[in-house]
Design a protein around this ligand. Structure first.
Ligand SMILES: Cc1ncc(C[n+]2csc(CCOP(=O)(O)OP(=O)(O)O)c2C)c(N)n1
Ligand code: SF4
Length: 531
């Protein structure tokens, strides 16, 4: 059979298309971004006219996907792990309303924080919302789960979470495609009150969700993704979740591990296999990518008090990404320490591209800030966060998307005047707008710098939903138009930028300065594509 050499993210995109999906709604974030990009560029998605758009943020993405599910069609929403914090309200409540058409929430976690603020484990959210969670151990499973996850969602009547991590997202393997399924027809929910979470209905729906847990457990215990693998050496039993199973099997290329192994790729935990492991083995080693969630759940679970090894007892590191070497060490095998990096390879800290507009904004801002005490610029998340590093060292916070404006407001309330927020155009649309409204309502003394590069550059140059609308949004929110200024951040405009920053930092009220120049990387890829 012909196989495709897919990245994990591509396997998910193809699986979702082949599974009869009618719409994908996402907000970019590494390592999830390329799922939606793959679907956007896919000929079959084009032919089928599958909706495949970037949204303002993860909450609007998942709500839109839920709306499509309400109308009977299959939908997916993709985001990075911290994006699920933003979409948590709709995610948890969608488990209560249930779905009509199949709904998959694909969440990509980033253990070791390669490009994230934290390494939270999204499986906790799945457990919290009490919905089935799929966690592929390979690219083939990623494809199968995306394709067949819609049917699982329709069978269980709740959203299904598809959880991946960076390594699986960004590594390739052969994937066999299956038959392409038709899209669902438009159909309204059989129960016209299903999606109304008024307390009387919500209480009934919650009881229904609780009652469904037995079905979800049964489906996990019977899932093709979970299994018990025999092993003659019973001194140790291994529970291997998601990609950790793949890492484990790298040490047994002929496919036979001497120890019994419970492979888990569908949650809730398949209790049948775990109980059997407990009965047969002296000790249990839990291998899981992310937090020790399964390990914690098993504490006190075993009647005979079987010792559990994993991230909590130090057998594996408590934080950071798992890898085959760490698993080898946990199994007492020889560890390959890797090749030493030759001295000639210099460690290069990340930096803004030469000629980036954020640079010009920082240079002008720093000149004016020299007149004030340090520590008054609150930043957001984007390329401009590199303004924390030399040579700029302008910003003093980067917490979560949108936090620059609200933190500046809080600091101004505390007396730090002027307080400055540094935010990008996409982040402003994502979650800065509401904070600016708060500041306007309270006439806070803050200056908001919306560094508009007309793109979501940090994640690869996707379209920003605020494109061409920023000034009107600010005016609509009530910012005095006399204190909204747009300037092209170029060296030739340096003096003018300095003057604007100086005036507006001194202004006792909300002001907005918009340095606007297209990201040079995006501009060159746009020109390349045009050619
Ligand atoms: C909740 C959340 N979603 C997504 C991301 C990934 N992410 C980091 S910065 C960013 C947007 C950056 O765009 P913008 O603010 O316009 O700045 P630019 O990188 O273009 O300078 C995104 C999507 C994140 N960190 N948090
Ligand atoms: S990608 Fe664009 S926004 Fe980011 S540093 Fe480079 S030029 Fe600046």
């Amino acid at each position: 059979m012909q196989k495709h050499l897919f990245l994990g993210v591509e396997a998910i995109g193809q699986g979702a298309i082949d599974g009869g999906m009618s719409g994908v709604y996402s907000y970019p974030g590494t390592p999830s971004t390329e799922i939606t990009e793959f679907i956007q560029e896919n000929p079959l998605a084009e032919e089928r006219n599958i909706h495949r758009t970037w949204t303002a943020n993860e909450k609007t993405a998942l709500e839109t996907a839920l709306g499509m599910s309400y109308a009977g069609k299959r939908a997916m929403s993709c985001m990075k792990h911290v994006g699920l914090n933003v979409a948590a309200d709709v995610f948890v409540n969608a488990a209560m309303t249930g779905v009509n058409g199949g709904l998959i929430v694909t969440v990509a976690d980033d253990p070791s924080m390669h490009s994230s603020q934290n390494e939270q484990d999204s499986r906790f959210y799945g457990k919290f919302a009490m919905v089935p969670v799929l966690e592929p151990s390979s690219q083939q499973e990623a494809y199968d789960m995306a394709r067949d996850g819609f049917a699982l969602s329709e069978q269980t009547k709740v959203p299904v979470m598809l959880r991946i991590t960076t390594r699986l997202a960004h590594s390739r393997a052969g994937v066999a495609r299956k038959e392409v399924l038709p899209e669902n027809q438009l159909s309204l929910p059989a129960d016209p009150r299903q999606f109304i979470l008024l307390p009387a209905i919500a209480r009934r729906k919650y009881k229904g969700l609780l009652e469904s847990q037995n079905l979800f457990l049964k489906l996990s215990e019977e899932s093709i993704y979970n299994r018990y693998e025999e092993g003659a050496e019973k001194s140790l039993g291994i529970i291997a979740c998601g990609i950790a199973y793949n890492y484990l099997m790298e040490h047994y290329p002929n496919g036979t591990c001497p120890y019994p192994v419970v492979k888990i790729s569908q949650y809730p935990l398949p209790e049948n296999y775990i109980n059997r492991l407990d009965q047969e083995c002296d000790e249990i080693l839990v291998l899981e990518e992310g937090a020790p969630m399964v390990e914690e759940m098993l504490k006190g679970f075993f009647a005979k008090g079987t010792p559990i090894k994993g991230r909590l007892d130090g057998t594996l590191p408590r934080d950071g990404e798992l890898n085959p070497d760490l698993i080898a060490k946990a199994l007492g095998k020889q560890m390959f320490s890797g090749y030493a990096i030759p001295e000639v390879v210099a460690n290069r800290p990340p930096a803004l591209c030469m000629g980036c507009g954020h640079q010009d904004a920082y240079v002008a801002m720093n000149e004016v800030l020299a007149d004030y005490s340090k520590g008054r610029v609150f930043s957001d998340i984007g390329c401009y966060t590199l303004g924390a590093l030399p040579p700029y060292e302008t910003i003093f916070s980067c917490v979560d998307m949108g936090a620059s404006i609200t933190m500046a407001k809080g600091a101004a309330d505390a007396g730090l005047i002027p307080a400055v927020a540094m935010i990008g155009d996409s982040t402003f649309a994502h979650s800065g707008i509401t904070g600016l409204l708060d500041a306007v309502n309270e006439k806070s003394s803050i200056t908001v710098v919306i560094s508009d590069n007309e793109s979501i550059s940090m994640t690869g140059g996707q379209d920003s939903s605020a494109f061409g609308k920023i000034e009107s949004i600010c005016i609509g929110l009530g910012v005095d138009p006399a204190h909204i200024h747009t300037i092209v951040p170029l060296k030739k405009n340096h003096e003018e930028m300095v003057r604007l920053f100086r005036e507006e930092f001194a202004y006792n009220g909300v002001s907005v300065i918009i340095p606007r120049r297209e990201c040079i990387q995006r501009a060159s890829s746009r020109k390349r594509n045009k050619k």
